[in-house]
Design a protein around this ligand. Structure first.
Ligand SMILES: [Cu+2]
Length: 146
């Protein structure tokens, strides 16, 4: 069991980097949805699957739970511009837009929020890292909005 845990800790960061590199090679124009999908399944042990999602500006992303625990998709930035709660019976979603080079997140029933902490990348996409508040060690991901 211990050996298996150590193996997981070593392999996850490498897998994340490979996923980032693979997605970065795929062009995604605005309004073309998300890659690989606009739905991010997740669970406590495996995190967000996959951990990196490429989001076309104007697209709505939905998080679903594969286990029975409550989860969140919450920006790691101080402004907490993304904070979606969800569970197996109640998926959570948010829409992502880029206005004047700034990432704007709109959650259902709320005013749009500006993500001042999103990182602008050289290809003009915006990077937002996020975690589950309850399981930040195993559930952490990245959104690349373009
Ligand atoms: Cu969680």
């Amino acid at each position: 069991m211990r050996d298996r845990e150590v193996w997981r800790l070593r392999i996850v960061p490498a897998a994340t980097l490979v996923a980032v590199a693979a997605l970065a090679l795929v062009p995604l124009a605005t309004g073309e949805g998300c890659l690989p999908f606009c739905e991010v399944p997740s669970h406590t042990t495996g995190g967000f699957v996959p951990p990196v999602t490429l989001v076309g500006a104007g697209s709505t992303l939905t998080w679903t739970s594969l286990d029975t625990l409550p989860h969140t998709a919450s920006a790691t930035t101080l402004d907490l511009c993304l904070h979606v709660t969800y569970s197996k019976t109640s998926p959570g979603s948010a829409r992502f837009d880029i206005l004047d080079g700034t990432l704007v997140v709109t959650m259902p029933g709320m005013e749009p929020k500006v993500c001042t902490g999103a990182e602008a990348l050289p290809d003009r996409s915006l990077r937002l890292d996020y975690v589950c508040f309850y399981h930040p060690n195993t559930m952490n991901g990245t959104l690349l909005v373009k």
